[in-house]
Design a protein around this ligand. Structure first.
Ligand SMILES: N[C@@H]1[C@@H](O)[C@H](O)[C@@H](COP(=O)(O)O)O[C@@H]1O
Length: 244
C-alpha cells in the first residue's frame, strides 16, 4: 500500500480527483469503480470542475458502483443511483448506458448479483476502484463477519451501519435493512484501488486496515493483499512497513 497524508480535505479531494482523471486521460475507455457516502462527494465535485473546464471527457468511460440499498426506490434521493446522478453523472458527458449500479429492487437479488458480476467481468476488470470505509471497517457493504463473500450478494446491514447512515434519512426507521454489494473478490479484482478515508474518527479503523491482522472482522484489512492500493487520508496514521 502507498499512504498519502493530507493536511486538509480540499487538497485530498483534488489529489483523488486528479488520480481518477489521470486514469481516464491515459485510457479514455477506462472502467472506473465508484463509491457513495459522504467521503467521495468532494472529489466528485473536483472531477466535475475539471470536466467543465474541458480538460477531460468521460464519453467512453464505463462505471460500476459498489452497492445499492435493497428495496429503496431508485427515485428516492438517497438511493445510490440518485446519489451518483446528483453528484457526478448528471454533470459530465458519461453515457447513461455505461453507468452501472446494482438493482436493489430486482425480484431475484441473487440473479441480479450474478448479472452484475458478469457485466464487470465482460469488461475485463475495473481499472481504478474508489473505496471509502465504514466505521466498522466495511468496504462497499461487506460487513465484518466470520466469512466474507466473493461475489455480488445481498447483505443484512449492521445496526451500526444503519445508525451511521441515518444522517441521510429522516429517521433510522427509513434506513433500509438490506443492501446488495459487490463482494470482496469483485473488489479485489480491480487493477488498482484508491481508498479515501476522511476524519480523525476513522483513524483507528484505518490503522487496523493498514497495520492490523488480515481478518474478515475488518473487511478493509484484506486490501493488504492487493498489490496496488493507494490510501489518501487526512487522518493522523502511519503505515508500518516492517515488524520493528
Ligand atoms: N456503503 C457505503 C460505503 O461504500 C462507504 O464507504 C461507507 C462510509 O461512508 P461515509 O463516507 O459516509 O463515511 O459507508 C457506506 O454505507
Amino acid at each position: 500500500m502507498i499512504l498519502h497524508k493530507f493536511k486538509n480535505q480540499a487538497d485530498l479531494d483534488r489529489a483523488a480527483a486528479d488520480l481518477f482523471i489521470s486514469v481516464v486521460r491515459a485510457k479514455p475507455n477506462a472502467v472506473l469503480g465508484m463509491a457513495t457516502g459522504g467521503t467521495p462527494v468532494g472529489l466528485y465535485k473536483e472531477i466535475v470542475k475539471t470536466y467543465q473546464q474541458g480538460l477531460v471527457s468521460f464519453k467512453e468511460v464505463t462505471t460500476f458502483n459498489l452497492d445499492e440499498y435493497v428495496g429503496l426506490p431508485v427515485s428516492h434521493p438517497e438511493s445510490y443511483r440518485s446519489f451518483m446522478q446528483t453528484n457526478l453523472f448528471d454533470h459530465i458527458d458519461i453515457l447513461a448506458e455505461n453507468t452501472h449500479v446494482p438493482n436493489g429492487n430486482a425480484t431475484d437479488i441473487d440473479a441480479e448479483g450474478r448479472r452484475y458480476d458478469e457485466a464487470i467481468y465482460q469488461q475485463g476488470s475495473v481499472d481504478m476502484q474508489l473505496l471509502g470505509i465504514g466505521g466498522n471497517g466495511h468496504i462497499g457493504f461487506n460487513e465484518p463477519d466470520d466469512e466474507l463473500s466473493r461475489f455480488t450478494h445481498k447483505v443484512t446491514l449492521k445496526e451500526s451501519t444503519r445508525e451511521a447512515n441515518k444522517r441521510f434519512f429522516n429517521s433510522i426507521d427509513e434506513v433500509p435493512t438490506h443492501a446488495i454489494t459487490m463482494g470482496m473478490g469483485s473488489i479485489l479484482h480491480a487493477k488498482a484501488i484508491l481508498l479515501v478515508v476522511k476524519g480523525q474518527e476513522k483513524a483507528e479503523i484505518l490503522d487496523r486496515t493498514l497495520n492490523g491482522p488480515i481478518t474478515t472482522q475488518v473487511p478493509a484489512s484484506l486490501l493488504q493483499t492487493h498489490p496496488r492500493v493507494i490510501v489518501m487520508t487526512d487522518c493522523d496514521v502511519t503505515y508500518k512497513v516492517s515488524h520493528s
